[in-house]
Design a protein around this ligand. Structure first.
Ligand code: PMP
Length: 445
């Protein structure tokens, strides 16, 4: 760090950092001070290649002037408008543009858009819409929501209830009745599969077991990440999502895809829904929606779901739910500019052009020390390392720290290294990621 930078350094005492070992971090902080394209600049002036699109969100790369100037113009024109009983044109325009690329394409009709402020809010919103929908169609006993082990659906009470991470759950009271299917990760049978794993479609039958155990008439919805991201990049087995769709439909259970990570081009299609050709009833998004520039989320609802809630007297509020910042003008403007970039640069499908090269490059790490599985799909990768005895996560954390020193930002979760670079990545940069990472993995041996 330069002398000047050190002098300008704020105290680290006051900011209570999220999902961070605060005391450890504050002893050796890692600070990012600016970003452009594929790179961050750290506080010591080093360029750091962004292997994670920030936190799975900066899909169009950093510092996009089109977005910043749209936000600036919008804030100068209309900084805020009440989101309840009032509207502003930009929120409607953004929803109309989103409807045109909505998950599953026009026939799927997931073109009703409810704005939120984050992925967690999108999840809780979707769960509430599902329960309210069931009640609206005369199925008021359906209040139970089903998630999956190793699912991550944010940190609202709804999200941690359907989520499957014990650390996020154990301290808190949870939604009554929430239950879980098993996760689909099966390294014994599927390690190093390229493409979708062969084994495990039958795990979708866990939803049948939930029905047998609880009764379909108690279940409102089932929520899954089409590809689980934060818990280690778990790619669904061939046929799994189709089977889940079929079981949910047969039992009147709404299917929610949590596409907070997979939405907006991550898999090489606009949404995972398009990749798999499986159409859910609700889709949650955030992150790439505004390229991470302004916090915003959106839930895409099937028209039938929306219509069912639009019955009743005209003047009545249909859903007692919403946020001060739903459809915030700056966020909607950022979203519109983001969509313009995605569309003009073909970014929502660019991952499909690069996916094979990405997979081949990542799989060159197969023989690196302690690598026990590699999973890739679209422009995502999970590289799993064996854990040191009694120290789960320690090896991957060493790789993370070392890679950062050498100018590469990765994410680690347990002993899985997760990669999800901005979709503007150039071919040479894929090589750079693999080379820096390969060396860091060797050093962590
Ligand atoms: N759902 C999924 C699938 C996610 O990956 C995340 C965040 N990583 C969330 C929900 C929560 O989003 P947020 O952190 O914006 O609340």
């Amino acid at each position: 760090m330069t002398k000047q930078a050190k002098a300008n350094m704020p105290s680290l005492d006051n900011y209570w950092m999220p999902f961070t070992a605060n005391r450890q971090f504050k002893k050796s902080p890692r600070l990012l001070v600016s970003a452009e394209g594929m790179h961050y600049t750290a506080d010591d002036g080093r360029q750091v290649l962004d292997g994670t699109a920030g936190l799975w969100c900066v899909n169009a790369g950093h510092g996009r002037r089109q977005i910043t100037s749209a936000v600036e113009r919008q804030l100068a024109t209309l900084d805020f408008a009440p989101s309840f009983q009032m509207g502003h044109p930009v929120a409607f325009e953004f929803a109309e543009r989103l409807a045109a690329i909505a998950p599953g394409g026009p026939e799927a009709k997931l073109d009703r858009v409810f704005y939120t402020g984050s992925g967690s809010e999108s999840v809780d919103t979707a769960l509430k819409i599902a329960i309210a929908y069931q009640r609206a169609i005369g199925q008021g006993t359906r209040t139970r929501v089903i998630g999956r082990e190793r699912g991550y659906h944010g940190v609202g009470f709804g999200g941690i209830s359907v989520g499957g991470l014990v650390n996020n759950r154990r301290v808190f009271p949870l939604l009554p009745g929430a239950d879980h299917m098993r996760h689909t990760h099966d390294p014994a049978r599927n390690a190093f599969s390229r493409g979708l794993p062969e084994h495990g479609a039958d795990l979708a039958d866990d939803l049948e077991r939930m029905v047998a155990l609880h009764g379909a008439e108690t279940i409102a919805a089932v929520i899954v990440e089409p590809v689980a991201g934060s818990t280690g990049v778990l790619v669904p087995p061939k046929g799994y999502l189709e089977r889940l769709r079929d079981i949910a439909t047969r039992h009147g259970i709404l299917l929610i895809f949590d596409e907070v990570i997979t939405g907006f081009g991550r898999l090489g299609t606009p949404f995972a829904t398009d990749y798999f050709g499986v159409i859910p009833d609700l889709v949650t998004t955030a992150k790439g929606l505004t390229n991470g520039a302004i916090p915003m989320g959106a839930v895409f609802a099937k028209r039938d779901v929306y219509d069912a809630l639009m019955t009743g007297p005209e003047a009545a509020i249909e859903l007692f739910h919403g946020y001060t910042y739903s459809g915030h003008p700056a966020a909607a403007a950022a979203g519109l500019a983001t969509l313009d970039i995605y569309e003009s640069e073909g970014l929502l499908t660019r991952g499909a052009d690069l996916a094979q090269e990405w997979e081949d490059a990542i799989f060159t790490l197969k023989d690196a020390p302690n690598v026990i599985d590699i999973r890739t799909i679209g422009l995502v990768a999970g590289i799993e390392l064996s854990s040191r005895p009694g120290a789960v996560g320690a090896r991957a954390y060493d790789v993370f720290v070392d890679a950062f020193k050498k100018g590469l930002l990765i994410r680690v979760t347990g002993d899985v290294i997760a990669l999800s670079p901005p979709l503007i990545i150039e071919r040479e940069q894929i090589g750079e990621i693999v080379s820096v990472l390969g060396d860091a993995i060797k050093r962590a041996e």
